[in-house]
Design a protein around this ligand. Structure first.
Ligand code: HEM
Length: 126
């Protein structure tokens, strides 16, 4: 088995940069997702998601140093996230994961987590 943690095994920060910048390029063009983001500049949101995922997968803890405990469900309460928004988010992330070239078995592990996390953040069923 691979003694490195997930963060290192997939290539560290450059891989997460690529992944999340690709994801936000999709968000910027997505008619369901784009209106949810309160700020005109998606850069700060991009940085928060990148730092969170780096920390989650065993990289530096910069996210929590800057933002505290993640409390993702609470932080998503201001946004209406129904099945439509969840599926749009997962579609954009699918493009990013596919184009970033993360190798198996990491790719499946990453995708499983993202799918589970997106389902857990649905907060509206109207
Ligand atoms: C923040 C939407 C799923 C992690 C946000 C924001 C929006 C949003 C609109 C505010 C942007 C900002 O940071 O200023 C959504 C939608 C989702 C979704 C529609 C669909 C289910 C996820 C998932 C994760 C995640 C699955 C983690 C795996 C984060 C993080 C932040 C954030 C870390 C920043 C929290 C903070 O420190 O303030 N999301 N999100 N989101 N989201 Fe999501």
């Amino acid at each position: 088995s691979d003694p490195r943690n997930f963060f290192e095994a997939v290539g560290g920060e450059p891989t997460f940069r690529k992944l999340i910048s690709r994801f936000y390029a999709e968000v910027a063009e997505d008619p369901v997702l784009r209106p949810l983001y309160p700020e005109q500049d998606l850069g700060p949101a991009e940085e928060r998601l990148r730092l969170f995922l780096m920390q989650y997968w065993g990289g530096p803890h910069t996210y929590s140093e800057q933002r505290g405990h993640p409390r993702l469900r609470m932080r998503h309460v201001p946004f209406k996230i129904g099945p439509t928004e969840r599926d749009a988010w997962l579609r954009a992330m699918r493009v990013a994961v596919d184009e970033t070239g993360v190798e198996e078995p990491y790719r499946s592990q990453l995708w499983q987590y993202l799918e589970m996390a997106a389902h857990s953040l649905v907060n509206s069923w109207e």
